[in-house]
Design a protein around this ligand. Structure first.
Ligand SMILES: Nc1ncnc2c1ncn2[C@@H]1O[C@H](COP(=O)(O)OP(=O)(O)O)[C@@H](O)[C@H]1O
Ligand SMILES: O=c1ccn([C@@H]2O[C@H](COP(=O)(O)OP(=O)(O)O)[C@@H](O)[C@H]2O)c(=O)[nH]1
Ligand SMILES: [Mg+2]
Length: 261
């Protein structure tokens, strides 16, 4: 459905560039925000020519933790086990750098310095992935990094997380892991790492406290083997098993859905 919206909405004027094309289409066509277009039934099944929006809000897990706490590694195992769609905010930003986009140079400078990229930039990259995916279950890795990130996501995407994972890892272990990560990253060095740890304590901790107060935070001891840590993660998703089993949103028979096998 969303893909169809995207292709139909390609006629939408460029003046709406700041909004995603799907969002503009729904707002233009039905005056709906993303949140409403997830939840509002517009058409009866089979009604010709009218698109059915996604029936339910997406299942969202935020994955938080300091640099090197093991977020990406555990996300891989969660995806293998529960089939959620993994969105790494850091990878999306690194893609902007690699593609030399308009924000690429600014993002590179900030990442080199361990600083946080402006929320609008990161949230819009995430929103584009959320809207263009035919999945309804997402693992958002390494986001939100600040309270401002969190508020911007709520304002722009209009969805709240169902689960927030926090991988709690001692600083010396995070430093050791990052310095041995060998991914050729511009921010995997001791100078930048020290800045990132300071920024994590100052800006990410308040986000962790926010979700703790909301009763959505699951703190995982991130010391031990990858499998030991994953054993702590598994039971967190058990209460959501039914929700996670639901088939994908888009009718797999739809001619518009590429064969995702
Ligand atoms: N439990 C663990 N024990 C030792 N090394 C780990 C563990 N989990 C991840 N690593 C390694 O530590 C580095 C950082 O892990 P990563 O998943 O990239 O963390 P993050 O995404 O939080 O920065 C990677 O090289 C990874 O292979
Ligand atoms: O929402 C985000 C996610 C990442 N970053 C930047 O991208 C870097 C790398 O993020 P990533 O999550 O890939 O780092 P990791 O924690 O995995 O080492 C961070 O240090 C920040 O500079 C950001 O600004 N906003
Ligand atoms: Mg990571």
């Amino acid at each position: 459905m969303w893909r169809r919206v995207a292709s139909l909405s390609s006629t939408i004027s460029s003046s709406s560039r700041s909004l995603s094309r799907n969002q503009v289409f729904f707002q233009a066509a039905f005056g709906l925000s993303i949140r409403e277009s997830y939840a509002t039934e517009i058409s009866k099944p089979g009604e010709e020519g009218v698109l059915r929006p996604k029936e339910k809000a997406p299942f969202i897990t935020f994955v938080l933790g300091g640099p090197g706490s093991g977020k990406g590694t555990q996300c891989e195992k969660i995806v293998e086990t529960f089939g959620l769609t993994h969105l790494s905010a850091g990878d999306l930003l690194r893609r902007e750098i690699a593609m030399h986009t308009q924000n690429g140079a600014m993002i590179l400078n900030l990442i080199k310095d361990g600083k946080i990229v402006p929320s609008e930039v990161t949230v819009k990259l995430l929103q584009k992935e959320l809207e263009s995916s035919n999945s309804s279950k997402f693992l958002i890795d390494g986001f939100p990094r600040t309270e401002e990130n969190r508020v911007a996501f709520e304002r722009i995407v209009g969805a709240d997380p169902d689960v927030v994972l926090f991988f709690d890892c001692p600083e010396e272990e995070m430093v050791k892991r990052v310095l041995n990560r060998n991914q050729g990253r511009v921010d995997d060095n001791i100078t930048t790492m020290k800045k990132r740890l300071k920024i994590f304590e100052a800006l990410n901790r308040p986000v962790i406290d926010y979700y703790k107060n909301k009763g959505k935070l699951y703190t995982i001891n991130a010391i031990g083997t990858v499998d030991d840590i994953f054993k702590q993660v598994l039971p967190i998703f058990t209460p959501f098993e039914e929700q996670l089993k639901q088939s994908r949103h888009v009718n797999p028979k739809s001619p518009l859905v590429e064969n995702s096998s």
